[in-house]
Design a protein around this ligand. Structure first.
Ligand SMILES: *[C@@H]1O[C@H](CO)[C@@H](O)[C@H](O)[C@H]1NC(C)=O
Ligand SMILES: *[C@@H]1O[C@H](CO)[C@@H](O)[C@H](O)[C@H]1NC(C)=O
Ligand SMILES: *[C@@H]1O[C@H](CO)[C@@H](O)[C@H](O)[C@H]1NC(C)=O
Ligand SMILES: *[C@@H]1O[C@H](CO)[C@@H](O)[C@H](O)[C@H]1NC(C)=O
Ligand SMILES: *[C@@H]1O[C@H](CO)[C@@H](O)[C@H](O)[C@H]1NC(C)=O
Ligand SMILES: *[C@@H]1O[C@H](CO)[C@@H](O)[C@H](O)[C@H]1NC(C)=O
Ligand SMILES: *[C@@H]1O[C@H](CO)[C@@H](O)[C@H](O)[C@H]1NC(C)=O
Ligand SMILES: *[C@@H]1O[C@H](CO)[C@@H](O)[C@H](O)[C@H]1NC(C)=O
Ligand SMILES: *[C@@H]1O[C@H](CO)[C@@H](O)[C@H](O)[C@H]1NC(C)=O
Length: 897
């Protein structure tokens, strides 16, 4: 009995001892199983660990078959592999009680906390992957205490910060060090160069303090893959890099590297991939880049490289991808480069490269971008997989290959600005996927083949600046283009109906023979299709008959005019239409562009044209098309876009909803909700104009509620928007009326910003329209929301007097006129108030509003009331609770001076 007790006590003591001992001898398999169950519990039983269950009947090593667990042959856990398992929480200190662990993979979970130092206890650890987790803090400086067997360490995509400690250079067997995508904002140590086994070093995407690459890295004799994209590198790539004899993949893109690439680079290793794009590297590409005979990828765009492409590319049969655009490379492209059978991507645009393209491009090539160089010769005749072919602004000549079915996968074809002649082949209809077709500024002649009209994917078509003749094929009406330019050709006849859209008003210019029955196109009207032709030919014959020397002069003059005109058109970069929308839309920009037809035109004026477009869903929108004859400079463009953004997000009952803005280089389309009763001015002033007057008269209560609605809209813009928005062009034509005469404010000076774009800075761009412009706009750019109060005051005067804003007779503007008459007469009703609303019941209200108008149009901004005060007065007037309100006469007299 005593013996048993003694044994029991001993056993107990041993157990305790084994629990407390820091260098615990290994657990039994059963204890390891219990450790796993504790681990599951610690991580709060994630669903992915459901299979981790103990069962009385199961063997002691049953856990070796649990999900993610691998054991050694004698039943000890060696491998915990649980990537992508939605595990939350830190790593428990007990994990390394599993002393035989060699592999821990917890990649892509939600592991949190600091770097777990308890992992130092896993003395057999070879592989540790904690990438894609939520770890924070620094890598501990004693990281060298981790298992000396460690071969693989990944901490990528966590939130580690600070320095990478020098101690990391003492991991004797490490082969892969994966530390990219963290928040390391300190330094990385030169000691990394000591890691003689290192094969993979990833430090990319860390905000290190700017540093040069240490010379010591040249000692990494086993390094195969160095990835240091966007790591704040500066200075030179060290010469020692040429000696990296195992290097296969080097990526140093997006840094501030300068000086020159090591000249020996590529000669001493089997280089595969090379990326130094987006730096400030100058000098030449190393001559021996492909000397290893394995190079697949050369990426060096956006640098300052000069000289020729390396000769070694001539026998670089493995080459697949070359991207050297935006440098200053010169000379011929090595001609045998084009025989690399795996070549898929060639991006060399924006250099000064020359040479010719082979008759047959490599079968695999899908992207060939060589615009803005000096290539010459003919366009290849076969390229079975080519999707993007951009060769604008080179010196290609000859004709477009007759059989374009060998280019059937093309999506973009741009040959702009070459010397290509001949016709556009009918086989162009084989380009079923082509989206952008730009053949402008060549010497193409003949007619436009009708087949162009059946290209189902085409959205951008530019044939401008050629010598094309004949009529525009009817079939082109079926295209859904966001950009069309046929200008500066010799096309004739009538523009097909489907293309007569305001969206294309620049598309047909400088084709003397073209005409259109619609005025939206800026073309002469058709005098019958054939008459137009006859006219030209008669004129031609006549000029030949009576020509002589005078004709020569005229012809030379005409050529110059046309050339200048062409230049002018060339300078205007139309660009495709782009849509910015603020509401979920049931339409595309094409739908709007197609709707800019003459039938839909409902108004035009200084600011531009307004179209009413019925969308498929039965929804109606109003589209205001504003053309600024010049591209906005970037500051004004930003100002405009900022205002559009604000307006696009406002939802207020008295502000017209801006649904979208569609713009190209020179025009903007503002898509608004459609307002059935159009603008206030049409109702008030139709009698002064030729427009047919709307039937209903606006009685006083309607006018007052319009004033209140508009005031609410302005009040909102001044007080509830952050930052406050000044309209700067308040006028009765910017107050729109819905079907129940509810008032909504429109435009917010957007049109004016564009119309004034040509005027010099010094001219205030906030200046309003004639008759509505506050006096301070004339002398200062620093205006505030009181300019809107002024404009609104004029609207109040219009509502009460029925006169137009600029209609002040000898006194000048309406505001001056009203002021003069108010001073001269005590009886407002006589000669001032609009006849149509003279009704004794409203006299007091009308008087109040008139006086308010005078107060709002005071010369001194600070003396004008705020929109909030204006709104209060108007609302009080509506309730007619006060017979005589507002400022008295003396105050008004004072405010006017
Ligand atoms: C660790 O386990 C995972 C999956 O359970 C397996 O893919 C991997 O090869 C294992 N590693 C070792 C060294 O046994
Ligand atoms: C991470 O795991 C989730 C599933 O838990 C998966 O959907 C996601 O794609 C993984 N992310 C990465 C980067 O592997
Ligand atoms: C496991 O490790 C933890 C912490 O290191 C320790 O407190 C515990 O006693 C150990 N458990 C066993 C069964 O050895
Ligand atoms: C497991 O670990 C123990 C203690 O560290 C060791 O004695 C044993 O040899 C290891 N077994 C294996 C298969 O590595
Ligand atoms: C394991 O690591 C922790 C933290 O570093 C340490 O306090 C503990 O003594 C170690 N336990 C064992 C069993 O080695
Ligand atoms: C990690 O850093 C990112 C970016 O700074 C931050 O948004 C995120 O909240 C951080 N996560 C943790 C767990 O610290
Ligand atoms: C390069 O340096 C400039 C100026 O020092 C800095 O603004 C820029 O962010 C740097 N670019 C990169 C990619 O580090
Ligand atoms: C490119 O090199 C030229 C001189 O060749 C130099 O003037 C220019 O500043 C360099 N540009 C950059 C971005 O380094
Ligand atoms: C071309 O690519 C294929 C597939 O990647 C590869 O097997 C072949 O070796 C490559 N050919 C050359 C000449 O590099």
């Amino acid at each position: 009995m005593a013996n048993i007790k003694a044994i029991a006590t001993l056993f107990f003591t041993l157990t305790i001892f084994s629990y407390l001992s820091p260098k615990a001898s290994s657990l039994t398999p059963e204890q390891e199983k219990q450790t796993l169950l504790q681990l599951k519990n610690f991580w709060r039983n994630p669903t992915s660990l459901q299979s981790w269950k103990d069962n009385k009947k199961s063997s002691t090593t049953a856990h070796c078959n649990w999900f993610g667990i691998t054991c050694s042959s004698d039943g000890f856990i060696t491998n915990i592999s649980l990537p992508n398992q939605n595990i939350y929480g830190p790593i428990p200190d007990s994990l390394c009680n599993l002393t035989n662990l060699t592999h821990i993979n917890l990649y892509n979970n939600s592991i949190s906390g600091q770097f777990p130092k308890s992992l130092y206890n896993c003395s057999n650890l070879e592989y540790l992957n904690l990438g894609q987790n939520y770890l924070v803090g620094t890598i501990p400086s004693d990281i060298n205490r981790i298992s000396s067997s460690l071969v693989y360490l990944s901490l990528e995509a966590n939130n580690f910060s600070g320095d990478i400690p020098p101690g990391i250079g003492q991991l004797p067997n490490i082969q892969s060090l994966i530390l990219n995508n963290n928040l390391f904002n300190g330094s990385f140590p030169a000691e990394l160069g000591q890691l003689s086994s290192l094969q993979t070093l990833w430090l990319a995407y860390n905000p290190f303090t700017p540093a040069t690459i240490p010379q010591e890295f040249g000692k990494l004799k086993n390094l195969r893959f160095l990835w240091m994209t966007k790591a704040n590198l500066v200075g030179n790539i060290p010469d020692s890099f040429s000696k990296l004899s195992a290097l296969q993949h080097l990526d140093l893109s997006i840094n501030n590297l300068t000086g020159v690439l090591p000249s020996e680079f590529g000669k001493h290793s089997k280089l595969w991939e090379f990326d130094v794009s987006n730096n400030r590297i100058s000098g030449e590409l190393p001559a021996g880049l492909c000397a290893g005979g394995t190079l697949t990828s050369v990426v060096a765009f956006n640098n300052n490289l000069t000289g020729r492409l390396p000769d070694s590319l001539n026998h670089c049969v493995t080459l697949d991808n070359i991207q050297v655009y935006n440098n200053k490379l010169t000379g011929d492209v090595p001609s045998r480069m084009w025989s690399a059978m795996n070549l898929t991507t060639v991006m060399m645009h924006d250099n000064q490269l020359s040479g010719t393209l082979p008759e047959k491009l490599p079968w695999n090539i899908s992207r060939l971008q060589i615009a803005n160089n000096r290539f010459s010769g003919k366009i290849p005749s076969t390229a079975g997989n080519l999707q993007v072919f951009e060769a604008a602004n080179n010196q290609f000549s000859g004709e477009i290959p007759g059989n374009l079915s060998s280019f059937s996968r093309l999506q973009t074809l741009s040959l702009r600005g070459n010397q290509i002649s001949g016709g556009i082949p009918g086989s162009i209809s084989a380009l079923r996927f082509v989206n952008i077709l730009d053949l402008s500024d060549n010497h193409l002649s003949g007619e436009i083949p009708a087949g162009i009209g059946s290209l189902p994917s085409l959205t951008k078509l530019d044939l401008s600046g050629n010598e094309l003749t004949g009529e525009i094929p009817q079939k082109m009406s079926e295209l859904k283009l966001t950009f069309l330019n046929l200008s500066s050709n010799q096309l004739s006849g009538e523009v097909p109906a489907g293309l007569r859209s305001g969206a294309y008003d620049e598309s047909f210019l400088a084709n003397p023979g073209l005409c259109s029955p619609s005025t939206v196109l800026n073309l002469r009207a058709c005098g019958g299709q054939s008459a137009g032709k006859n006219h030209t030919s008669v004129a031609l014959i006549l000029s030949f008959v009576f020509g002589g020397l005078a004709l020569l002069g005229t012809a030379l003059f005409a050529i110059r005019v046309i050339r200048d005109y062409k230049r002018r058109i060339d300078r205007i970069d139309l660009g495709p239409w782009k849509l910015t929308s603020f509401h979920s839309l049931d339409f595309t920009e094409e739908r709007i562009l197609k709707g800019l037809t003459e039938e839909n035109l409902i108004g035009s004026g200084g600011g531009g044209q307004v179209y009413k477009i019925v969308l498929r869903a039965g929804e109606i929108v109003a589209v205001k098309k504003i053309r600024n004859s010049k591209k906005l400079d970037s500051r004004r463009e930003n100002e405009f876009q900022a205002k559009v953004q604000i307006l696009g997000t406002i939802r207020q009952a008295n502000i017209v909803k801006l649904i979208a803005c569609i713009s190209n280089g020179v025009s903007k389309l503002l898509v608004y909700e459609y307002m059935h009763n159009k603008s206030l001015d049409r109702w008030l002033h139709a009698k002064h104009r030729s427009e047919s007057r709307e039937n209903v008269k606006l009685d006083w209560p309607t006018r007052l509620s319009i004033a209140i609605g508009a005031a609410k809209g302005l009040c909102y813009m001044h007080n509830d928007c952050n930052p406050a928005v000044v309209h700067s062009d308040v006028k009765s034509s910017n107050i729109l009326l819905d079907d129940e005469f509810g008032a909504k404010i429109a435009d917010f000076g957007l049109a004016r910003m564009l119309v004034n774009a040509n005027e010099p800075e010094s001219v205030s761009i906030v200046a309003g329209s004639i008759g509505y412009m506050a006096p301070e706009c004339g002398y200062t750019r620093k205006v505030n929301e009181k300019v809107d109060v002024y404009g609104f005051g004029v609207v109040l005067l219009e509502l009460t007097t029925g006169r137009e804003a600029r209609d002040g007779g000898d006194e000048g503007s309406l505001a001056d006129w009203a002021w003069q008459h108010f001073q001269d007469s005590n009886q407002l009703i006589d000669g001032i108030i609009d006849d149509e609303i003279k009704n004794p019941a409203y006299v007091h209200e009308i008087e109040t509003v008139f006086k308010l108008g005078i107060l709002c149009t005071g010369k001194t901004p600070s003396m004008r009331p705020t929109m909030k005060q204006v709104l209060q007065v108007l609302e009080m007037a509506r309730f007619r609770s006060i017979t005589r309100i507002g400022p008295d006469r003396d105050f008004l007299l004072y405010s006017r001076t």
